[in-house]
Write a protein that binds this ligand. Structure first.
Ligand SMILES: [Zn+2]
Length: 489
């Protein structure tokens, strides 16, 4: 995600079951077959989802767990979806609630006695009929009703568009030796973690809407004023779609990827499209080729600056400064490499994707001088912002924690998160580049992308790539930055 805070300024108040290569080349991927029927009158959707779940672990499972992210939007949830500072911006029409109501869960046509659990009714618990051994698969049918809240957020409807982000039960990642990862929602950052999977998603909606979604649009049929669009998306770690009756679409192509820009309020849509094209082209050259045939940039009502999903990014319609708008497009596009293809636990270690994405954004401007944003100025401004943050923070809180490697829930405030993860992150990578040189920096990022495509990485793995390429220890460098030992720069 890109917060509504650019590094330019410091703001005190300021996200079938095919054979593929997920963890290793012989792993099979989970497959989600989802049918959504959206009712615009009631802002609800009836959904049928069939998951073919593959046990890629070395353990046998008796129970499976799925995130129920829409429940964070329900009345009475423990974990709010936005911080109090952003409440009015998120809910311009007053507080509103939504939820996911699981109706039935069945395996082999047998209804399962499922439970809703987790810390905040955020987990669907599915006891299996039989133990699931390594490499075995189980097919689970889930029927549910979604109620969308009136909120400018990933999941909800606003005045201009309807966002279906994180709307369906998605399998919790199983970590060997740790277990299923079941973190609840967080108002800060992007509290998500998932495995790369395959998708077939069929969405029905009133004819007046246009739809933008993850993957390839296979076909759209219209029957009695209802459109039905089918998407196929392979080797992606999530699926998202956005509806709006206000969308205009402009299209382009780059390196065998078709780019679509969906917008309704943009003084220069061709330039926004060009930013997306230049971003894909630049990152293809710097890190390795974007492995998908589609990419959608979607303007929508969204409380933060932008939000990344596979093959689709949301850009907030509240950004009126075009240079800032372009910056967010570049940032969210960079997430296609860091988060999309190379994944990580965004709740536990947001810096792994977010700091590198912010640094990649600076690299974009370094390679695309036609945009008139100077790389050195970006670093200088980030450093000034970070120093100011430290000064103010110490005065207000009488203590200082600048560690980057911690869970979202451990950040006390939104500005603390933004400054430690985005601002300090960009400075950390620039400092590393100064030490190892640009050539080794880019070589490391290329190797990181190649070695960890479609996987989820840990801190140790990204550090080891730099060590391997540079032929020297950089662990202490990372540790000193990540644990907050580097304070003043
Ligand atoms: Zn981001």
């Amino acid at each position: 995600m890109k917060k509504f805070v650019l590094i330019l300024i410091f703001i005190i108040l300021c996200p079938i079951f095919l054979f593929g290569c997920s963890g290793s080349s012989d792993e099979k991927l989970n497959f989600y077959d989802i049918v959504v029927e959206f009712d615009d009158e009631t802002k609800t959707a009836s959904v049928f989802q069939q998951v073919t779940y593959v046990n890629n672990s070395n353990n046998l499972f008796e129970t499976l767990y799925f995130h129920l992210y829409p429940n964070a939007f329900r009345e009475g949830s423990k974990n709010k979806v936005v911080s109090s500072a952003l409440f009015e911006k998120a809910y311009p029409n007053g507080e509103s609630f939504g939820k996911i109501d699981v109706q039935t869960v069945s395996i082999n046509n047998e209804f399962i006695d499922f439970e809703i659990g987790g810390d905040d009714e955020n987990i669907l618990i599915v006891p299996l009929l039989n133990e699931l051994f390594p490499d075995e698969t189980v097919v689970i049918d889930i029927e549910f009703i979604l109620s969308l809240p009136n909120i400018n957020h990933r999941f909800g409807f606003g005045d201009n568009a309807i966002n279906f982000g994180n709307f369906y039960p998605i399998a919790c990642v199983y970590e060997e030796g740790v277990g299923f990862m079941m973190e609840a929602y967080s108002p800060t950052g992007d509290p998500f973690y998932s495995d790369v999977s395959n998708y077939n998603v069929c969405v029905s909606y009133p004819e007046k809407f246009l739809i933008a979604g993850t993957g390839t649009e296979k076909n759209t049929v219209i029957n009695k004023n209802i459109k039905t669009t089918t998407f196929e998306a392979n080797m992606v770690r999530d699926f998202c779609f956005v509806l709006s009756e206000k969308f205009t679409v402009v299209e382009g192509n780059v390196d065998q990827t078709s780019i679509k820009y969906f917008y309704y309020d943009d003084v220069d849509p061709q330039k926004s499209l060009q930013v997306a094209i230049d971003s894909i082209s630049t990152f293809n050259n710097l890190f390795g080729k974007y492995p998908y045939s589609t990419f959608c940039v979607v303007q929508t009502n969204f409380v933060h600056g932008g939000m990344e999903y596979p093959n689709l990014v949301m850009i907030s319609d509240e950004i009126k400064n075009h240079e800032e708008y372009e910056y967010v497009i570049v940032h969210e596009t960079a997430h296609q490499w860091w988060y999309g293809v190379v994944g990580n636990n965004e709740f536990k270690d947001a810096w792994i994707d977010e700091s590198l994405t912010e640094y990649s954004t600076a690299l974009f401007y370094d390679k695309n001088t036609q945009y008139g944003v100077n790389y050195n100025e970006l670093i200088k401004n980030a450093t000034a912002s970070y120093k100011l943050f430290i000064e103010v923070y110490e005065k207000v809180y009488k203590e200082l924690d600048t560690s980057m490697s911690r869970s979202l829930e451990e950040f006390k405030t939104e500005p603390e998160y933004v400054n430690c993860i985005y601002t300090k992150g960009i400075i950390m990578y620039d400092t590393l580049k100064t030490q190892i040189g640009e050539e080794k920096m880019i070589k490391s990022l290329k190797k990181y992308f190649k070695d960890y495509s479609y996987k989820n990485v840990k801190k140790e793995e990204i550090i080891s790539v730099f060590e391997e390429v540079c032929g020297r220890k950089v662990e202490s460098f990372f540790v000193s930055w990540l644990e907050g030992k580097v304070i003043f720069i």
